[in-house]
Design a protein around this ligand. Structure first.
Ligand code: ADP
Ligand code: MG
Length: 355
């Protein structure tokens, strides 16, 4: 018997209109049991709206939400068995940490003694057992966010919903929390939806990523798929950095740009195209047999610590190349001639004009 991954959460034709504005036209999505899925997209693309609809904080204008095959579209929030963590933490300021965490259990009529024990365990899970008697305002941002996480997990929800939970933390703490949240999610085996506009969070923490734009799914795939085989130019640009060259495909299928022939692993339809190549996939001083070789002249060099960015003038345009900083690198100077090289798989080609 083949064991197909079990579907847990399903959105079917979910649509949302605020007055006359159709924010989400029609969304279909399926999340498997135990996986963590990211909703990734720019501000305003509908991530929070979709999450709130899953949670039951908003009702969709159209469509259905199913959990384990059961239609829960009309089910009130507290009957949905979901935990939610907000960007703003949304802790109760007048309650101490322990009471904040126990609150959801009290609401579910869990006896006081048991609620206390479970709240303590949840706080220990996020390493905050020692701060149980503090008020939220006596905690740092990262600590408050961990309280919010404990509060969501203590009710042992079947689905955990996180809305930009790391956006208000500084960079170092964000890195730590990424690892912690992912570890907690994997240990508990909980199904999770993680909303973020940060591609690093989406790629590093989640099993699969939904790239959203204007209330629609641009691509739904593993981190590797959306990064290596972006379905659209929008995805390629949003998930990582790219160079963009204008090119054409002839009726024989030959791809030309920057005054010369290029090779792509993509099957190409004739016409005008945009060619995207990631800066770190390009070698600066190609000496071997690369599928793509382009001569150019270094026009600027920018040192940014762990990376060096080279802008290279090529026929009809400029290509940025990124290299990891190395001590043994032979120094290049502005004005030097270089031979850029990259593989056919790294030449991403899309119909011209796609944003
Ligand atoms: N209550 C509301 N009334 C009217 N428009 C809203 C409301 N909530 C969200 N929107 C609009 O819906 C769009 C998507 O918002 P949102 O889901 O918050 O985006 P994201 O979380 O991806 O940044 C935005 O254009 C936003 O202005
Ligand atoms: Mg949002």
């Amino acid at each position: 018997m083949t064991s197909a991954p079990e579907e847990h959460l399903r959105l079917e034709g979910i649509g949302v209109s605020f007055g006359a504005v159709n924010v989400i036209p029609s969304l279909d999505l399926s999340v498997r049991k135990g996986e963590m899925v990211a909703f990734l997209g720019p501000s305003g693309c509908g991530k929070t709206t979709t999450l709130r609809i899953i949670a039951g904080l908003n009702k969709p204008s159209r469509g259905q939400i199913k959990v384990g095959g059961r239609d829960i579209t009309q089910l009130p929030i507290h009957d949905r068995d979901m935990g939610m963590v907000f960007q703003s933490y949304a802790l109760f300021p007048h309650m101490n940490v322990a009471r904040n965490v126990a609150f959801g259990l009290q609401m579910r009529n869990v006896p006081a003694r048991e609620a206390e024990t479970r709240a303590t365990q949840a706080l220990e899970m996020v390493q905050l057992g020692h701060l149980a008697h503090r008020k939220p305002k006596e905690l740092s941002g990262g600590q408050q966010q961990r309280v919010a996480l404990a509060r969501a997990l203590v009710i042992e929800p079947s689905i955990l919903l996180l809305d930009e939970p790391l956006s208000n933390l500084d960079a170092k703490l964000r890195d730590e929390m990424r690892v912690q949240i992912r570890a907690l999610q994997q240990q508990s085996g909980i199904t999770a939806v993680f909303v973020t506009h940060d591609q690093v969070e989406a790629l590093s923490m989640c099993d699969r990523v939904v790239v959203m734009r204007g209330g629609q799914v641009e691509q739904f795939g593993t981190p590797t798929e959306v990064y290596e085989r972006p379905a659209t130019a929008f995805v390629a640009n949003f998930v990582g950095r790219t160079n963009r060259l204008k090119g054409t495909v002839t009726s024989e299928g030959t791809l030309t740009a920057a005054g010369q022939q290029l090779r792509s692993a993509t099957t190409l339809a004739p016409g005008a195209v945009d060619i995207l190549v990631r800066p770190h996939r390009i070698r600066l001083q190609e000496t071997g047999e690369a599928a793509n070789k382009v001569e150019g002249t270094v026009s600027s060099i920018t040192f940014i610590g762990d990376l060096v960015q080279y802008a290279v003038r090529v026929g009809g345009g400029e290509i940025v190349v990124e290299e990891a900083t190395r001590r043994d690198r032979s120094p290049l100077a502005v004005g030097d001639g270089v031979t850029l090289g990259w593989s056919a798989e790294d030449t991403l080609v899309y119909p011209a004009g796609e944003k």
